[in-house]
Design a protein around this ligand. Sequence first.
Ligand code: SF4
Length: 379
Amino acid sequence: MVGSVPVGGGAPVSVQSMTCTRTGDADATLAQVRALVDAGCELVRVSLPTAEEAPAFARLVREAPAPRQVGAAWSGSAAGAAAPVPIIADIHYDWRLALAAIEAGAAAIRINPGTMAEKHVREIVRAAADARVPAGRGEEAGVTEVPVAIRIGVNAGSLPKDLRDKAEREPAEALVEAALRWAAQFDEWGFAAYKLSVKSSSVPATIAAYRLLAERSDAPLHVGVTEAGTLWGGTIKSAVGIGALLAEGIGDTIRVSLTGDPVEEVRVAWKILAALGLRRRGPDVISCPTCGRTEVDIVSLAEEVERRLGSDPELAARQITVAVMGCRVNGPEEARHADYGIAAGAGEGWLFDHGERVEALPEGQLVDALLALARGSAA
Ligand code: SF4
């Protein structure tokens, strides 16, 4: 468990992201946490770069919003509907900041133990084991509090000396070995609430490392392609890297890493999960690629449908498939599996419901009629 969210052990793959505001600016960071949660983020990581920012971090933990339940709610988890989103502290180098984050109420901390003295890692583990954070209402499982979880995040830049040569020849092997050494050390200390990550900015290296790690460890895995790039390029790298691993059943929580608004990371993460049929959140818009038969601006129509579905509180919570197709001849047939759709031609189009034509309408009325049909209030 990471606070109220189950990670590993067969739990649904959870979506996480990270704020990019200054943590010391609690108002701005809290606003971003809210935006992330509204977009479907289930675990929010926040950096704690200085001790001066610990009070702001503590405020984030106290005021963290509860996720809206929109059809993506955990099933069989101990999470109560009102449990706040768990806040994970991102700690680099300074072990005392990890202690400050635990003191401030972090549900989990992310450390790279290879950048710290072992005795200091031991201190962090001890503090995490002794602390307790809320795990929701826990009516089902009877769990109300859990220890602070730790992510052991290994990367190529901080491998122990004896693995550096190996990293040149077998980078995946070296990363995994470093992670497993720490996992064994945590086991020896009697601390089980950890998860592992061995991210790389290379997609093949990421896939190779996680495959190896999954073979050798039963610990929950945090999966992602790090420093993946901008919205466009990073989405593709993440979809390929994370998607390939999830398709093999590898990965318990995912973070899409993009240079840009972290809300986009959450949207991309959900699209990856939905594309693989693992989880869904809200409507899915399918649209045709257009061809020589297309007589209307399908790009604008599809974008409008997607935008309006996402901003309609009632529809945004429904797991429906909505089709926007570019011709009346093939559209309804090609999108038979959609719940609702439009098939547009020059000046007018068909509205259809589960592949059946409902009525022909002028082009300008199609989107309104489609949303009304989806709401169940069509005439
Ligand atoms: Fe072409 Fe019609 Fe298919 Fe769109 S739905 S790709 S316009 S045939």
